[in-house]
Design a binder for this molecule. Structure first.
Ligand SMILES: NC(=O)c1ccc[n+]([C@@H]2O[C@H](COP(=O)([O-])OP(=O)(O)OC[C@H]3O[C@@H](n4cnc5c(N)ncnc54)[C@H](OP(=O)(O)O)[C@@H]3O)[C@@H](O)[C@H]2O)c1
Length: 340
């Protein structure tokens, strides 16, 4: 039986609750969710991050949204089970998300973490790291030595993508992005070339084409789409040294737009393989299989992420608070949130 936020329940706790898609969630008292199947357990949530995916869940714009309200938002987190294990978990589509004192997790969608980790940093990092990890390991036949372009490299997922591509053995890594201050940091994360996406569009085309020329890009991890991709696609395609060799263009995010015009010659003039990576395009079982390795890797490799912990009770203000570019808000429930 599906759990619902409205169901009567003896035990209460606090959670972030969305009652309108046009308003940030509020900190409210709600019934504690109860485990149903053999694999489900209650976890004390220690940290749950406010990813773009969570924002689109809470404003109803994500393609998986059913439009039903109210919901507790949050798609993943770090927590502790009653038997003392620290776990990173991802939740299925549910109205009982992770921004709560407690959540019900399916153990099979979680991974045990070492006890000495920074729970806020890990909660912030796994989702953005997962975007490129899954894309490269489950969506294409990536091989060490392949050259990678990260389009939209200044965001959390883009910066992780540089580091993940390096870890998985990429040859050359090209990072393209907008914010000049944050672009300057990308070589320190492993980018060999940095391409600014700002300024005169023709200069951007030339810069992209020059970098694609130098790197002979095999794989693009695209967090932008929209006009950014519309310009980058022909610039990169035209620079393949062997146009019959596959160019895997992986659509992962849409920070610059939801659409591009798909010109027919792009598909004929080079061996363009346009794929998406996300919920649906990648089966849940594949994501779940990757979780232990990915979580262990993120927990031990100290990926650069600027995580900002905020008490869960301040969720309403935190939702719209101004943060430095690139900072990731992480909601931190306290004991009071588990006490009803
Ligand atoms: N499919 C998946 O598995 C998956 C998983 C995680 C995330 N995602 C998606 O990936 C995207 C990025 O997520 P994130 O966690 O990195 O978000 P984030 O930390 O908020 O970063 C977003 C970045 O996008 C940049 N940006 C926005 N508009 C741009 C434009 N027109 N041109 C160039 N850069 C632009 C911003 O650049 P500035 O620095 O210039 O402001 C910002 O740094 C989102 O769409 C998210 O939903 C997908």
């Amino acid at each position: 039986m599906p759990r619902t936020i409205k169901s009567p329940n003896r035990v209460a706790m606090h959670a972030a609750v969305v009652r309108s898609f046009s308003e940030p969630p509020r900190h409210e008292r709600v019934p504690e969710p109860e485990p149903a199947g053999d694999h489900e357990v209650v976890i004390d949530v220690l940290a749950a991050a406010l990813h773009p995916r969570v924002r689109s869940q809470a404003d109803g714009s994500h393609y998986e949204s059913t439009g039903a309200l109210p919901i507790v938002p949050g798609i993943d987190g770090v927590g502790r089970t009653a038997d003392g294990e620290l776990r990173y978990f991802v939740l299925p589509d549910t109205d009982r998300g992770s921004m709560a004192g407690r959540a019900v997790i399916d153990r099979r969608r979680s991974a045990v973490l070492p006890d000495d980790i920074d729970v806020v940093a890990v909660a912030a990092a796994v989702n953005p790291a997962m975007s490129s990890w899954i894309a490269l390991r489950r969506r294409i036949a990536f091989r060490p030595g392949m050259n990678v372009l990260v389009l939209g490299a200044t965001g959390n997922a883009g910066r992780m993508a540089i580091q993940v591509a390096r870890h998985l053995g990429a040859g050359t890594v090209v990072a393209a992005g907008r914010d000049p201050d944050r672009m300057a940091l990308l070589p320190g994360l492993g980018a060999d070339h940095v391409v600014p996406l700002t300024g005169d569009p023709e200069a951007v085309d030339r810069a992209l084409a020059g970098a694609a020329d130098d790197a002979d890009v095999d794989v693009v991890i695209d967090y932008l789409w929209g006009t950014a991709t519309e310009r980058a696609l022909p610039a990169v395609l035209g620079r393949r040294s062997d146009r019959s060799r596959p160019l895997d263009w992986i659509q992962v995010g849409s920070m610059a737009g939801l659409e591009i015009p798909l010109r027919s010659e792009w598909l004929r003039a080079a061996r363009l393989q346009l794929v998406g990576s996300g919920q649906g395009a990648v089966p849940t079982r594949d994501i779940v299989e990757e979780l232990p390795l990915l979580a262990a890797h993120v927990a031990t490799d100290h990926y650069a992420i600027d995580a900002v912990p905020v008490p869960l009770r301040d969720v309403h203000a935190a939702w719209t608070a101004d943060r430095p570019a690139g900072a990731r808000t992480v909601l931190v429930p306290g004991e009071a949130d588990r006490a009803g």
